[in-house]
Ligand binder design. Structure first.
Ligand code: PXL
Length: 289
């Protein structure tokens, strides 16, 4: 069973709500709900579509609403059991969230520094944004950059070459140095030989997990990964198992999405992942508690 205290302490999820393109909050809410973790949802921006696939989206964001929401939670003594920060897309909001996680001591804090892919920043984001993100990750207990974001955070140039184990290891160490010793680092989407690698560092231990590469780009797969890792950690599984759940769950969503045959820019297919979570993962977690 989910611990009773979690029910009175929602888990913060701060990322965009993209009306079209199933990603960000659109994937985090069902994934957390599938394993019984209640959420406090902060839409950092409301967008007509995700930002990469459809031209310039209509955007709405409100630092005023964010401030008022946080003040209201404080007034109601709503405590957070932890939090996940994903795509924010706006420097002021990023700074506000950094203040929130410090003042509310949000812990565990998972930061997915969503800001780029395939070697480039996402549309509308700047190097100033990267600088603020470099500060935010120092507050994180776990970070989940993809290979591009790992380079942006560490200020290293990305090359077209496939990294060898030494390069992956050096990147994990550089990120751990940037964030601080308390932060566990997980790098997703590392190009391998017909494979995609996920590498992570937990204390002194580094590990790499390999999955077959599926052709093409999957919008929202990193958001699915971060939500899965968050929910597994909130259900108290150990770090190695949490990464294994996130890798396997993302693979299920990627397989379904790649077989679905519709345009990728519409985001991730989740139904098979949700079935796996509720029928397999939840049952295992409940029987071990
Ligand atoms: O999946 C990352 C992501 C999240 N949120 C928005 C995005 C993207 C990637 O393009 O556009 C709004």
């Amino acid at each position: 069973m989910v611990e009773q205290s979690i029910h009175n302490q929602p888990f913060l999820v701060a990322e965009d709500l993209s009306a079209v393109g199933t990603m960000s909050l659109g994937v985090a809410i069902p994934i957390l709900a599938a394993l019984g973790v209640p959420t406090a949802v902060l839409p950092t921006q409301v967008l007509s579509t995700q930002t990469e696939g459809f031209g310039t989206p209509a955007k709405q964001f409100s630092p005023t609403w964010l401030t008022a929401t946080i003040a209201h939670w404080q007034q109601e003594h709503i405590q957070l059991s932890g939090g996940l920060i994903g795509y924010v897309g706006q420097i002021e909001l990023l700074k506000q969230l950094a203040k929130l996680v410090v003042s509310q001591q949000v812990q565990p804090l998972i930061v997915d520094p969503v800001m780029g892919d395939d070697g480039a920043l996402y549309p509308g984001l700047t190097t100033a944004y990267v600088t603020v993100m470099q500060q935010l990750v120092t507050h994180a207990d776990v970070i989940t950059p993809n290979w591009t974001e790992a380079h942006l955070l560490t200020g290293t140039k990305m090359t077209a070459e496939q990294p060898d184990q030494a390069a992956i290891s050096a990147m994990l160490s550089a990120l751990a140095t940037l964030c601080g010793e308390h932060t566990r680092v997980v790098i997703t989407g590392i190009p391998g030989n017909d494979t995609i690698l996920t590498a992570y560092q937990n204390g002194q231990t580094q590990r790499t997990v390999s999955t077959p590469r599926r052709p093409g780009h999957f919008y929202g797969s990193g958001d699915v990964f971060a939500a899965l890792l968050s929910v597994a950690l909130m259900r108290q599984v150990n770090f190695d198992t949490a990464v294994a759940i996130a890798v396997k769950g993302d693979t299920i969503a990627l397989d379904q999405t790649s077989e679905a045959g519709y345009q990728r820019r519409f985001g991730m297919q989740l139904s098979q992942l949700l079935t796996w979570l509720t029928q397999k993962v939840a049952t295992n977690l409940d029987s071990t508690c």
